[in-house]
Design a protein around this ligand. Structure first.
Ligand SMILES: [Zn+2]
Length: 369
């Protein structure tokens, strides 16, 4: 639980697309048949035989600051485990505060604003590189609403996952909220709860997804505060940082069969826990919809590292034209490639039949794109 490491590898690799033009020449260059194949790297979910994680009730723990890298000493790309993601996520906030200690001014409002500012951001788009069998996660996240509960007692300290589940259902009833597999209900508890735990928050593998964000504090074994200067306030920014952790994990791994590395503690946010990159003089490292935030980086398979943003690249287009000037040993082949801003290599494969193997090949240094 105290696998403390000074930092995590940050490695940015320029994305590139690999594609090929296959030109099949039949019957000794008498007739030409053109075949195009395009392969886009990094978009196909792997189908490894990694066992499913145990269906523990609470997963996706946001560990304490000294607990970063719980996935293990090594890091690596997220792998897909054949289950669902939340392709159109909708986030609700529930502020459970029956105690005499109210949340600070702007706590609820700023946290709710954060969800709305996430929508369409390049930060949230980090999730859009991940997919399930139906398609990729969208770049939009919906804000479902918020509820301040000053009435119902919190039965345990820390509240159990059953307590959180029951509070979610009270919120749904009180507000007429419906839910589905895209829903995430995040419950925020007030000061004094969970201060001896080894986590700052978690999401539960469930349909609908729900979870807990503790009121940020210094715990007995670590802290939930990022440290340094804060763009909003120490507790607001620390809570939003944990919230960002859980939102990005719930959207990519809502039920435990989505994307993670090694085990359930190695989800997209875990490998970058409390990794912030460059911060401005105001302490922020992100500007979303014009507002400043301090939120951890998230794992990007496209970069094999922790990043603050992601922009999907358009797939390249490839077309081939007719062969011309066909002679006994020569022919003119034509093709058009639009790499859509990606670095690219292209080549023609050619042979005397459609059968696989045995093609000749000439590459981009010989071809005009
Ligand atoms: Zn986590």
């Amino acid at each position: 639980m105290t696998n403390s490491r000074p930092g995590l590898p940050f490695r940015r690799v320029e994305s590139s697309f690999g594609f090929s033009l296959k030109v099949i020449v039949r019957s000794t260059l008498v007739a030409l048949s053109l075949l195009v194949a395009v392969a886009v790297q990094g978009q196909t979910p792997s189908t490894t035989d990694t066992p499913e994680p145990p269906q523990v009730v609470a997963a996706g723990l946001a560990g304490l600051e000294n607990d970063r890298g719980r996935g293990g000493a090594s890091t690596g790309n997220m792998t897909y485990h054949n289950g669902a993601v939340q392709r159109a996520q909708k986030v609700y906030t529930i502020f459970w505060n029956p105690t005499a200690t109210p949340f600070p001014s702007s706590y609820q409002a700023t946290i709710n604003q954060f969800v709305q500012d996430l929508n369409g951001s390049s930060y949230y788009a980090i999730a859009s590189q991940y997919s399930d069998t139906t398609g990729n996660i969208g770049t939009a996240v919906s804000y479902g609403g918020t509820w301040l509960d000053t009435t119902n007692a919190i039965p345990n300290n820390p509240p159990t996952t059953t307590d959180i589940f029951n509070e979610m259902n009270r919120a749904k009833t009180a507000n007429g909220w419906t839910s589905d597999s895209n829903s995430l209900f995040q419950v925020f508890t007030p000061s004094g709860y969970g201060t001896t735990t080894d986590y700052c928050g978690y999401h539960v593998l469930n349909n609908p997804a729900y979870g807990l964000i503790l009121y940020p504090s210094n715990h007995t074994s670590g802290t939930c505060f990022p440290g340094g200067t804060y763009p909003n306030s120490n507790v607001i920014d620390a809570a939003i940082n944990t919230f960002a952790h859980e939102i990005l994990e719930a959207v990519t791994d809502p039920l435990g069969g989505g994307w993670y590395y090694l085990d359930y503690a190695g989800e997209i946010a875990d490998l970058c826990n409390f990794t912030f990159g460059t911060r401005g003089s105001d302490g922020s490292n992100a500007t979303l919809n014009g507002r400043k935030y301090l939120i951890q980086q998230e794992w990007s398979n496209a970069s094999s590292g922790c990043v603050m943003s992601y922009a999907a690249q358009a797939a390249p287009t490839v077309t081939t034209g007719s062969a011309s000037s066909i002679a006994k040993t020569t022919a003119t082949l034509s093709g058009t490639v639009n790499p859509k801003g990606s670095s690219s290599t292209l080549y023609f494969d050619y042979g005397t039949s459609n059968s696989s193997g045995g093609y000749g090949r000439f590459g981009s240094s010989d071809a005009t794109a």
